[in-house]
Write a protein that binds this ligand. Structure first.
Ligand code: ADP
Length: 550
């Protein structure tokens, strides 16, 4: 029975309200900047909790959000789980049929919607059975005519500013997020209070993504993407000031929030920081308050680490997954590497890092054996720990595939070096199996993208009668590229660094690499299109295929 001492989110809210009542929360909302303190935040969260009660939301019910990173969205982060209901964030960038599937699968009853996303949601909801009986709250002061929703400020207006937050069992689900499903339907991951509590405590440690009461924390990673990597919870537990960048922040918005609010810790995927780096070329941006930029979701290039180092900012490269709440490893420099040469250190920091305290991992090769930690051998990464999900929501067949004896099979293929640093080599489903050997599609992509006239490149394995699979590259030429010579130039470049059996059987030009809803390269469509290997026959450069040994 819960006795008020369980591992729940409530003590984090209590701490911020009582120890840091005057610390600020700032948000670039669609209707202007909102600025208040934790004291007022706690009042507004209590009002929201009372409004949810009045609306009939009960313990165990699911409440959805379809929102950008704003202070109002942050109010749902504590109010919903702390009354015992479940906060279900929905990625608004998903296709409509995924949104309908998700709302139906999660059995959402109430959806909080950002005004800038109302049209998108209305499109998905129109004439759909899945949305029957669902009510909407629009995150603002008022609701424009023609929209069937209640305004958030009206929803909470007449409610009391206190709430007797109940004791909740730590196994009660507090949150839920769907993985974007690059293959098949999206899979729901439920986060219990205990998972979010332990994730928060681990990320607060020096080897996590620490935030303290003198920090100003700005999550750029969307709050619909694994709770903005848990930052709103970690920042609250640490008593930090919060800064929310609002709907679709441009590099210019990110730069000015850093300068004006004195941001010390921020986080996002590499494309966000590439945008900021580009913006800084043309504009004079003061990054002097910034201590740490957390980069994850896809690999952070070494050049980005160096760029931030040059400005006195530490880039922490982090790896994680929706299934892991999401932080798994962070690329902190271990104590024994502090005297190493700078280049060696950067090489280490560009890896996906060392596991944060509280997790265990193992890496299993194709024969079911554990790999050597020599930085060379690779295999699939398995993880387990308190904030790793044990199963998907209502998906027994996916459970069978992705979990084994209490371990989550991450689907990431990695090497581990003698210092314990993980390096992601590929996704298990993307690694190319050619003539009994593995070729890393990610490594080939990066090698091809190193050519100045290549804007983007992706590599897939195409079925091959003899070699099982062979790599084929798809290249988006840069604006100034000479398309007549580019293919030969890329081959020449690859020949310098790779054995000939690594060379793609074909290099094709495309206009754009298809992307998933989380902005990652989507190889699914290309793979379907090229499932028939005869498509590439005839293009193979003479020396590309592996040496025959059969
Ligand atoms: P989705 O499947 O929606 O992209 P996730 O956000 O859960 O969902 O993605 C997790 C995957 O993203 C990981 O399994 C890994 O392949 C990739 N990933 C996450 N962080 C990194 C990183 N720092 N470097 C390379 N890949 C990463």
């Amino acid at each position: 029975m819960p006795g008020g001492h369980d591992q729940t989110l409530r003590p984090f809210l209590w701490r911020a309200e009582n120890l840091y009542a005057d610390t600020e929360i700032v948000s670039r909302n669609h209707d202007g900047m909102q600025r208040y303190t934790y004291g007022e935040y706690a009042d507004r969260a209590a009002k929201l909790a009372n409004a949810l009660d009045e609306h009939g939301i009960e313990q165990g019910d699911r409440v959805a959000t379809f929102c950008w990173n704003t202070s109002r969205h942050f109010e749902t982060y504590f109010a919903v789980p702390t009354i015992g209901a479940q906060l279900h964030t929905i990625n608004p960038l998903l296709p409509d049929d995924h949104i309908r599937f998700i709302v139906d699968n999660a059995d959402d009853e109430l959806v909080f919607v950002d005004p800038s996303l109302a049209e998108k949601l209305a499109g998905a909801a129109a004439d759909s059975e899945e949305f029957e009986g669902v009510d909407f709250v629009l995150m603002g002061e008022e609701v424009p005519e023609g929209i069937d929703a209640v305004a958030y400020e009206e929803f909470i207006a007449d409610q009391p500013t206190d709430y007797d937050w109940p004791d909740i069992d730590e196994d009660q689900p507090a949150g839920m997020c769907y993985t974007s499903g690059t293959t098949g339907r999206p899979k729901g991951v439920e986060y219990t209070h205990q998972m979010l509590w332990s994730h928060t405590m681990a990320t607060l440690t020096p080897q996590g993504i620490p935030m303290a009461d003198d920090d100003v924390v700005m999550p750029v990673v969307p709050m619909f993407h694994v709770n903005a990597w848990g930052m709103p919870f970690t920042a609250t537990a640490g008593g930090s000031k919060h800064v929310y960048p609002g709907p679709s922040p441009e590099p210019e918005d990110i730069a000015s929030l850093i300068e004006e609010e004195g941001v010390t810790v921020t986080a996002g995927v590499p494309t966000v920081w590439l945008g900021l780096m580009d913006y800084c070329k043309e504009n004079d941006v003061d990054l002097s308050t910034l201590d740490t930029v957390i980069v994850g979701g896809s690999a952070a290039p070494e050049s980005m680490i160096r760029w931030f180092d040059d400005r006195g900012v530490e880039l922490l490269h982090a790896w994680g997954m929706t299934e892991m709440s999401p932080i798994g490893s962070v690329s902190h420099l271990k104590g024994n590497l502090e005297d190493e040469a700078y280049d060696t250190q950067v090489e280490k920091r560009a890896k996906q890092g060392i596991m944060v305290p509280g997790l265990e991992f193992k890496v299993i090769d194709e024969d079911g054996e554990r790999i050597e930690w020599d930085g060379e051998e690779f295999g699939e990464l398995y993880v387990r720990g308190p904030w790793v999900t044990k199963e998907y929501f209502q998906r027994p067949e996916a459970n069978e595939e992705d979990f084994e004896d209490g371990w989550l099979k991450t689907g990431d293929v990695v090497t581990v070096d003698p210092d314990g640093y993980l390096k992601i080599v590929d996704r298990a489903k993307d690694v190319i199996k050619s003539g009994g050997e593995w070729i890393s599609s990610v490594e080939l992509e990066n090698a091809i993208m190193a050519h100045d006239d290549v804007a983007e490149a992706t590599v897939i394995g195409v079925p091959h009668e003899k070699w099982q699979e062979r790599p084929v590259a798809f290249v988006v030429p840069g604006e100034d590229a000479d398309r007549d010579t580019l293919v030969d130039e890329v081959y020449d470049m690859l020949r310098e660094d790779y054995p000939k059996w690594w060379l793609p059987d074909d290099i094709e030009f495309i206009e754009e690499v298809p992307k998933t809803a989380t902005g990652k390269f989507s190889k699914k469509d290309l793979r379907e299109e090229y499932a028939d290997q005869s498509l590439v026959e005839g293009n193979v450069p003479e020396d590309a295929a592996p040496e025959s040994d059969d």
